[in-house]
Design a protein. Structure first.
Length: 203
């Protein structure tokens, strides 16, 4: 009996989060709780069983969606995945184009909505920045591994590359969301050539 109650509670929370992800793009962040709950198939009371307010729901959406995707991209755990940098870049592009990237028009939460959440809530802003910092650390580790294999220029600082790639990815998903024409194939090849050891050392 206890397990059934636990599963039912888990299912109701999941339904509310999924409904938020589906409704935010079309209805906006201020979608009424009544509409959100109706879409999920639960009463408004069920909402308050799981969340104190909208901020908590939005926090759940951001942390779950972004972290789930990142764990899939990197592998669970900060050092668990030893993918080469080229594979990481190609997977990011593929996920963005295929709608698996969690902050894009195809997947639900839009870039401007994520920024709006951060501007409304200091708690969400700090959580998102923490996610970005962890991502930079994970990227840096992959770069260091690639440098160790001679696949990436060793004269470039891994931390600096990591930061630049993260800034670039945020810019790319924003431009893509605005329907700006992006040559993903050409841009990706050019980016990877910049890190190729055959390019030589910096002056």
């Amino acid at each position: 009996m206890k397990n059934k109650r636990h599963e039912a509670k888990k299912a109701s929370k999941e339904a509310l989060v999924r409904s938020a992800i589906m409704l935010f793009p079309t209805k906006g962040l201020n979608v009424s709780l009544d509409e959100l709950c109706a879409h999920a198939g639960y009463s408004r009371g069920a909402f308050y069983v799981h969340f104190k307010n909208r901020e908590e729901l939005q926090m759940e959406v951001v942390e779950r969606e972004v972290n789930t995707w990142l764990d899939n991209l990197f592998g669970s755990g900060i050092l668990s995945n030893e993918k080469e940098l080229s594979n990481l870049v190609l997977k990011f592009v593929a996920d963005l184009c295929d709608g698996r990237y969690p902050v894009s028009k195809e997947s639900g939460l839009r870039p401007h909505q994520l920024l709006e959440m951060c501007s409304r809530s200091e708690r969400i802003r700090k959580a998102y920045l923490k996610i970005m910092q962890t991502s930079m650390e994970r990227i840096q580790r992959i770069i260091e591994l690639s440098q160790g294999k001679g696949l990436i220029r060793k004269d470039l600082d891994a931390g600096q590359i990591s930061s630049l790639l993260l800034y670039l990815s945020v810019g790319v998903h924003t431009m893509y969301d605005l329907d700006y024409p992006i040559d993903f194939s050409g841009n990706t090849k050019t980016l990877l050539r910049l890190f190729n050891p055959q390019n030589g050392a910096l002056d």
